[in-house]
Design a protein. Sequence first.
Length: 138
Amino acid sequence: MSKKDNVKKIKSYIDDILGTKSSLRDKLPAKKSKEKELFCEILQNLQFVNGRTMGMKHDYKINMMDYDDPFYVALENMFQLHYTQEQRNVINWWLYDKFLPTGETLILTDKETEEVIPSDTPEDVWDLIQTHEKKDNK
């Protein structure tokens, strides 16, 4: 049975129970899922822009850092409005330190358990900063 058939069946049960016609719609995305989607898109774009800036400096000896600096300052200020210092530290580490120019990638480990903490994608960073948010709000 397909999802559409299941929805029709559930709708008919609801109609029978209520004694009236009803309508069902897809669940609206939660605020956190939309926020996560935007956060991940921002991190991907920042990583791209930073890589492009570093590539211009390395490949063509053109330093765009002074040109791009006000843009980065504005973004850092926006992050400061929304995230704690610890969360911003994780974001900045991922953007500027995790991926080395040599192609190597740094890993993040838990100091106590020495377990590797997933940090390869913007989604991983989102999940990580959410755990810091919970700790800070206790």
